[in-house]
Design a protein around this ligand. Structure first.
Ligand SMILES: [Zn+2]
Length: 93
């Protein structure tokens, strides 16, 4: 997709234009903005992938943060299970 302000190319998962910083959330189709668990490229239930897409950040970063909470605080697994239940599964298109 492309920025509505400067016309620069933007990553499909990004929320902001890397060139001018314009929020492109409005340009993203409604289904892309919802916090869902994608069914492709997932580890367990796609929770990390869903958060990464929702916030427009790298899934690796989400997984590292989650792993840190599991190792350091032990709350990551519980949080993951809660997210698994709460976040709806993405409909396969
Ligand atoms: Zn732009």
């Amino acid at each position: 997709m492309f920025c509505t302000k400067c016309g620069g190319a933007i990553d499909e998962n990004a929320s902001f234009c890397p060139r001018c910083g314009t929020s492109v959330a409005g340009a993203i189709p409604k289904t892309e903005k919802k916090l869902v668990r994608p069914q492709g490229d997932k580890w367990i239930a796609g929770v990390c992938q869903g958060f990464a897409r929702y916030f427009g950040i790298d899934v690796t970063l989400v997984r590292l943060v989650w792993l840190a909470t599991v190792i350091l605080a032990g709350t990551g697994i519980l949080a993951y299970i809660i997210c698994w239940i709460v976040i709806p599964q993405e409909y396969s298109t």
